[in-house]
Structures are given as C-alpha cells and as structure tokens.
Design a protein around this ligand. Sequence first.
Ligand code: 6PG
Length: 254
Amino acid sequence: MTHKPIHLSGRVVVLPTTKGVFEDLGGVLMDAAQQAVRDRGVFHLALSGGTTPKPFYELLAQDQRYRDIPWHNTHLWIVDERHVPENDDRNNFKMIRSSLVEHTAIEPSNVHPIPTGEPDPAGAYEQTLRTVFSPVTGEVPCLDFVLLGMGDDAHTASLFPHSPALGEQDRLIADNDGPTVVPPARITMTYPFLNAARHVAVLVVGAKKAATLRRIEQVLANDGPQPQALPITGIRPTIGTLSWYLDAPAAAAG
Ligand code: 6PG
C-alpha cells in the first residue's frame, strides 16, 4: 500500500484503520449534535444506507463514548432509499433502524423514514421536510449533519452518473431511475438540499474504493467538479463544511 497524501475537495481525514475512522467520525458527529442543540435546540441528522456505515451505526448505538449524543433533540432523516417496502432487506431504513434507531432514545415521531408505501414517496417526504422545517418561501432547509457514502462509480446518495436526479434544481427530494441507476429505482436527496447542509461527511473505507478516489483527485485537479460523470464531485456545500473520512486502504495510491 502506497501512502501518498490524497487531495479532495474539503477536509480529508485519513486514519490507519476503519475502526479508527468510525471512532473519529463518531466524536465529530456527537460534537456537531451538541453544538446544534446548544445553538438551535434541535439536531437534524441525515444518514445513508449501504454496507459501509452499518458497523459505524452500531458503534454509535453501543459505545459509551457516544452516550451524550442528544437523541432526545434529534430528528433523523434518510438520505436516499430504494423503492421497496420497509421490511425488505434492501430498504436503507430497515438497516438504520435495527443498527441504530432501536437502541437510542430518539422520539419515534422524530424518525422520518422515506414512505415507500405511498404513491409518491418523494413528494410525501418533501412535504414532511417542509412541514418540520417550515422554511420561509424560497429558502432551502438546512440539515445539520449529513453522512454520505460513495459507490465505485462515484455515486453518492442515489445520485448516479448521468441520471435524471442530478439535474434537479428545485426539489429537496427526487425520484431517480435509468440505465446507470443500480436497481431498484431510487428516491434521493438532491444536490440543492444536500449542499445546503451545515456539515457533510463522506465515509469511504476499503481498498475497493481507492481507484475511484484517486480518479476523483485527478479530475478535480485537472478539470474541476464533474457531477455528471462523478456525482460525488457535485457535493459542494454552499455555506457548510465538507469532510472526507477515509481509512488507509481507501486512501492508498496504486
Ligand atoms: C445506498 C447509499 C449509497 C451508498 C453507496 C456506497 O443507499 O446504498 O446511500 O449512496 O452510500 O452506494 O455503498 P457501500 O457503503 O455499500 O459501498
């Protein structure tokens, strides 16, 4: 494994082990949550699915170091979802519920799964967001902390290369489908909504993702962000911060 520093947009944290990355990120999330509750009385957290964050959610739920996360004052949102019922194993919320939600003191009414059983889940979720945040007209609601992952094709959330949802300018939540979208069809937070967040953390671990990260590094250095080809490069918070959390295998060169 070659240890060549990696340059991406925003802050890049590289730690030797996956466990170390999870522990560091857990501390950052807890600090952000406490700060949000001090400043505004509430913490709006949006979590991703995928395989990477499951052990991270278990750590947050079980390790005493994170017991001061103010779950009572937290609203939990889901970054993206597959068009499948809530009891389907591919459902992101099912994983987030069993690994985290069920073990915390979060108020059930503050947990907001994407309602895949409704005729228009994206529209319904957008409505719930607008009701809970009640933003002034034209304002994009501001999540406090968003946890994203990244696929080998550089997708993030359910924003896949060259897919329709990449172009969404007005909606907070969009449907997404098409040849590049890994089935089943998806429902996803959009760029305008994700980029309005106060903190965006991208968690990427494992050697399997190293080549994609180096490609992103190269494209950013030579051509700048290319959201159509590499959707993760469209994540550029307008007022908030972007941080990458990588383990050494993910950050390795060549
Ligand atoms: C999902 C995610 C998605 C994920 C990446 C990485 O619903 O699957 O929100 O964007 O973060 O596909 O997935 P892995 O962690 O499984 O590699």
